[in-house]
Design a protein around this ligand. Structure first.
Ligand SMILES: [Fe+2]
Ligand SMILES: [Fe+2]
Length: 185
């Protein structure tokens, strides 16, 4: 059915972000698992917990509409997750993957921030104070997460290769434990 009213649009976007947040739990786990930088790992684990709280808040927003929470696939978030996964499959070094993930996660946060801003504006237009308050709490967490990711990325030290390497050395490096990369002291 075509969407023609603001409340229908709000409902559509709410289902979309509800689906996206659920989809992100797995992705945050994956990025925490891939992180060799202790601070980054902690950040991803912490944001996963926040995301679980955000999902609960979204369920309360559905309640304010007198609706049961319902997710719909979010093609935007799906695309960001797909992009990240296909980069992991190219088997980058661990510290490069760690650096890449800090920016992949920033793309996700920016997506979420824009989604929440749109929902909040619509809720304000409709005078839905309780929903505005709940959505604002989620937005605040996403903004803090983005700031932290930016800081982690700017402090991240990526190992630079010196000179050319032979294929054999590269093989040895792939088997090496994750000791390189990480934060500047
Ligand atoms: Fe989120
Ligand atoms: Fe987030």
């Amino acid at each position: 059915m075509p969407i023609t009213t603001l409340d229908e649009l709000f409902e559509h976007n709410l289902k979309d972000i509800y689906g996206a947040e659920q989809r992100l739990l797995e992705s945050l786990d994956e990025m925490a698992g891939e992180a060799t930088d202790r601070e980054a790992k902690k950040m991803f684990q912490q944001h996963k917990k926040e995301t679980q709280g955000q999902i609960k808040r979204l369920e309360k927003v559905f309640k304010t509409l007198g609706m049961k929470a319902e997710a719909q696939p979010c093609p935007g978030m799906e695309g960001l997750i797909k992009e990240k996964k296909s980069f992991s499959k190219e088997k980058p070094s661990e510290d490069i993957l760690g650096f890449y993930n800090l920016h992949a996660a920033q793309k996700v946060e920016r997506y979420e921030i824009t989604a929440y801003e749109g929902l909040i504006e619509a809720a304000q237009h409709m005078g839905m104070d309780e929903a505005v308050d709940l959505l604002q709490q989620n937005l605040d967490e996403e903004e803090r997460a983005l700031d932290l990711l930016k800081q982690l990325a700017s402090d991240y030290e990526v190992e630079q290769e010196e000179g050319e390497e032979t294929g054999q050395e590269e093989d040895e490096e792939e088997k090496a434990p994750a000791t390189s990369g990480g934060r500047k002291r």
